[in-house]
Design a protein around this ligand. Structure first.
Ligand code: ASP
Length: 317
């Protein structure tokens, strides 16, 4: 019998004990646990994997610690451009938005694209217009702004780098929010789903889109194999089709989920400069939360079990 399970991430990067106060660490652990529990409850009540990942990512976007909306990173022009994607492993339907600046919860817009449009990916103003027509009230772009992210932009500009929201100089400001979040789930009916949402990378060029809203790169779900949500240097995850690569290795090469994620996250991505991690669940309910960076905010929980969360490399989950 299938045991439903949800896993989530709040981004990977240079996350070490030295960079987080104990108090802040406890807040992250509590937030991760609460959101795992919220996902577990949906699954326990017979909810779908799609609903569980939508709600988990919406909560992560809204959480003051892991907000892919408010607290999103800045582009080189000092603006916010957010991306999100959701995929239903049962139907292989997907919805995504990219380069949006006026949608409070990009994941809800992505879900609307999945459900109520004939398309997979809408960008910029078109996506915002569609979302507004679907009842997602537009918000002013400056609601996403934080002073800390602005300082991060100035540092990135100085070093002429494009950086992960949690990498670069002083990446972990314990009071601040992190941009990239994701969730994957398996429901009791055997359906897989994945969702990813991000502010992208600090100092990215205006119009740059990363892996997060790209099906098969930063987000993928297929009942035949796996559900995956990625976080890291998006360009490399795009060039390797990192999420789909897990599916292919499991389905065509017969690798176990753990073997597949190890191959991709520990070998293939770093070989071409890919830093970060992913969360993955296969259709048997195996869970993997690998990363090649110093840390990754992460958690998972089977229904009726206690949530299991981790931040650093030396932790079990
Ligand atoms: N993968 C995201 C992007 O490239 C960034 C991240 O995961 O932090 O847009």
């Amino acid at each position: 019998m299938i045991k439903a399970v949800i896993a989530l991430h709040g981004g990977a990067g240079a996350i070490t004990r030295a960079r987080l106060t104990q108090e802040k660490e406890l807040q992250f652990v509590a937030a991760l646990s609460d959101i795992v529990v919220a996902g577990q409850q949906i699954l326990e009540q017979g909810g779908s994997a799609l609903d569980a990942v939508t709600e988990a990512v919406r909560l992560l976007e809204d959480c003051p610690l892991f907000n892919a909306g408010i607290g999103a990173v800045y582009t080189s022009e000092g603006k916010h451009e957010m991306d999100a994607c959701i995929m239903d492993g049962n139907t292989l339907e997907a919805g995504a938005v990219a380069g949006v600046s006026h949608i409070r919860n990009p994941i809800l817009a992505a879900r609307k694209v999945l459900e109520n449009s004939p398309h997979v990916l809408l960008i910029g103003e078109g996506a915002e217009h569609f979302a507004a027509g679907q009842g997602l009230e537009p918000v002013a772009a400056d609601i996403f702004s934080t002073e800390e992210r602005y300082q991060q932009l100035l540092r990135a500009r100085e070093s002429q780098q494009t950086v992960l929201d949690h990498d670069g100089a002083e990446p972990i400001d314990a009071d601040k929010k992190f941009g990239t979040v994701g969730a994957v789930a398996l429901d009791k009916f055997g359906n897989l789903a994945a969702a990813t949402s991000t502010g992208g990378m600090t100092n990215k060029l205006p119009g740059r889109v990363g892996d997060s809203p790209i099906v098969g790169a930063g987000c993928y779900a297929n009942n035949a194999n796996v559900a995956v949500s990625c976080t890291g240097t998006g360009e490399v995850f795009m060039r390797t089709l990192a999420a789909y690569d897990i599916a292919a290795l499991v389905e065509y090469a017969g690798l176990s989920l753990q073997q597949a994620v190890d191959r991709v996250v520990l070998e293939k991505l770093p070989a071409i400069g890919g830093s970060g991690g992913m969360i993955a669940i296969d259709n048997q309910g195996n869970v993997a939360l690998p990363f090649n960076s110093e840390g990754m905010y992460r958690g998972f929980g089977f229904v009726n079990d206690a949530p299991n969360v981790g931040i650093y490399r030396d932790q079990e989950s």
